[in-house]
Design a protein around this ligand. Structure first.
Ligand SMILES: [Zn+2]
Length: 180
């Protein structure tokens, strides 16, 4: 992405399109350390909401003016040209983050709707042997997630998306969902 080339993505546009958690998740997922990441950019037409591939969209009088492939309307991808509507720049790479967060949200909501959740009480020590098998399984998943996150933080390892893997694995354990 480059601001001077007009293909930089505003995080606020990503948040509006996909949500804050989806953006956080994908940014963690894309961590490679020192390698560049390919991020296809899409320009959303403000007139018809059509998603135009930025690398293929025709330009107008300047490189910052694009012509919608569907309705042929002109729009400004920087938002600095008077009398032209601004087209948001997004990347469909963030779809995976939205899908993950939606599944997590739905799984937790389903569990809360179907569980008899007691009123909160003061925390007391948990006796592992007294827990049901499924509760021990969930607790083991949580403990593995905590260990993985602590090990990754201790190594200051940005080269692997360990945090994302650990947290998504923990979320699967906690919700009993293995299909995502
Ligand atoms: Zn259009």
């Amino acid at each position: 992405m480059s601001k001077s080339k007009g293909n930089g993505i505003d995080p606020v546009d990503i948040i509006e399109q996909y949500g804050t958690d989806a953006m956080r998740y994908v940014l963690c997922d894309m961590q490679t350390g020192s390698q560049d990441i390919r991020l296809p950019v899409t320009a959303v037409c403000p007139s018809c909401d059509h998603h135009n591939d930025l690398s293929e969209a025709k330009t107008g009088k300047s490189v910052f003016i694009r012509i919608c492939g569907k309705c042929k309307a002109e729009f400004d991808i920087l938002g600095t040209i008077p009398d032209l509507p601004r087209g948001r720049l997004i990347s469909e790479r963030f779809d995976t983050g939205r899908a993950f967060c939606t599944k997590l949200w739905n799984s937790v909501r389903f569990a809360l709707m179907n569980l008899d959740v007691p009123e909160p009480v003061a925390a007391k020590p948990v006796v592992r042997e007294a827990l049901a098998l499924e509760d021990r399984w969930i607790l083991d998943g949580l403990n593995e997630t905590v260990k993985a996150v602590h090990a990754g933080l201790a190594d200051y390892n940005r080269a692997r998306p360990w945090a994302r893997r650990a947290t998504s694995s923990g979320a699967r354990s906690a919700t009993g969902t293995w299909s995502w």
